[in-house]
Ligand binder design. Structure first.
Ligand SMILES: Nc1ncnc2c1ncn2[C@@H]1O[C@H](COP(=O)(O)OP(=O)(O)O)[C@@H](O)[C@H]1O
Ligand SMILES: N[C@@H](CCOP(=O)(O)O)C(=O)O
Length: 316
């Protein structure tokens, strides 16, 4: 579920009156998502997504994300475009939370990946990287090696034997990945999405129609974004690596932006790092989400299996 904040119709109407978007016809909370409260808002002119940012989001970071989305949309990437009110401001407050409205994207996320979908994802990811070049302001990746170590240090209480075993096994891999991690200037860097999972990519009649959820975006190795996609898209039933899908993803990417030799060589390690990043955030949530909470915890073992896979291979 992802409607943490109650939104009253009158408050929304007052909010909408600041924009040139017509009159409210309908609004409803959106169940998907885990970070913020999202609402579908339909007016007499169009449909929008209204996001109320919850406590995990630092409001000081929001202008960077909104600037990136506006920039990418301007460069032709189909992504949510912040809607600006009459006074020229997109980021406002509603129901006691920082709030924005963005354009509604058509399409739906897939339930299952296919090589064709992976090729399109690769192509769009490379386009996003190219379009991001002219967005100059940087945002450090809080979930890079130093962030992983910090997160791991807060996962010491195993809860049960299975979690305790996962924590113990993760520690060895974490130490070796962090030690081997490429130096900041050794690979091409730029703006990355950093969470391009299946739920964040929409397709319409088989064609990729949009990319959403930029709130983990940051400045890091471009090939690390690809490593995240190799983790997220190329394992069937969270278990079996699909070489054909990985090849399709890389093929699509390289149609737009060929990888350097150094990036190719670094991919297995970057894939281990990406698996570690999602293992750790899921492990953290697993350990810290109280029993009975409404949010469904995501499975950290699915990323331990990916990590084990990428630790065994010399190329992806
Ligand atoms: N711009 C958009 N257009 C259409 N649907 C959207 C858009 N943004 C979000 N959604 C819908 O809202 C859901 C939750 O959004 P998401 O950004 O993933 O939330 P969270 O960051 O809280 O996880 C998505 O799965 C999608 O159904
Ligand atoms: N993709 C992450 C969780 C982030 O969730 P999102 O709803 O913001 O995409 C994971 O699978 O662990």
């Amino acid at each position: 579920m992802a409607v943490y904040t109650d939104l009253k119709e009158e408050a929304l109407k007052d909010f909408l009156s600041l924009y040139e978007v017509g009159e409210l016809r309908f609004f409803a909370g959106i169940a998907e998502g885990i970070e913020n409260s999202n609402f579908l808002v339909e007016t007499t002119r169009s449909r929008f997504i209204l996001t109320l940012f919850e406590k995990r989001m630092d409001p000081a970071e929001l202008p960077w994300f909104l600037g990136l989305m506006a920039h990418l949309a301007e460069q032709g990437i189909t992504c949510p475009e912040p809607v600006v009110a009459r006074d020229g401001v997109a980021l406002r407050h509603l129901a006691g939370r920082p709030a924005i409205m963005v354009s509604f994207l058509e399409g739906r996320s897939l339930n299952e990946a296919t090589p064709e979908a992976c090729e399109q994802v690769g192509r769009h990811l490379a386009r996003l990287h190219e379009a991001g070049r002219s967005y100059r302001e940087e945002r450090a990746n809080a979930l890079a090696p130093a962030g992983w170590v910090e997160l791991f240090s807060r996962c010491t209480d195993g809860g049960d034997d299975r979690v305790a075993a996962l924590i113990a096994e993760t520690e060895t891999a974490l130490t070796s990945i962090v030690k081997a991690w490429p130096a900041a200037d050794s690979l091409p860097r730029g703006q990355i999405h950093a969470d391009l999972f299946m739920d964040n990519v929409f397709f319409d009649e088989g064609r990729l129609s949009g990319i959403i959820d930029f709130y983990f975006a940051c400045t890091d190795f471009l090939a690390y974004d690809l490593a995240i996609c190799l983790n997220a898209w190329c394992f069937e039933q969270d278990r079996h690596y699909r070489q054909d899908m990985a090849e399709a993803l890389l093929r699509g990417y390289e149609q737009v932006r060929p990888l350097t030799v150094a990036e190719r060589e670094a991919l297995p390690l970057l894939c281990q790092g990406a698996a570690m990043r999602f293992l750790l955030t899921r492990l953290y949530d697993w350990v810290h989400t109280p029993a009975g909470a409404l949010v469904t915890r995501k499975d950290p073992w699915a990323y331990q299996r990916r990590l084990l896979h990428f630790r065994k291979v010399s190329h992806v």
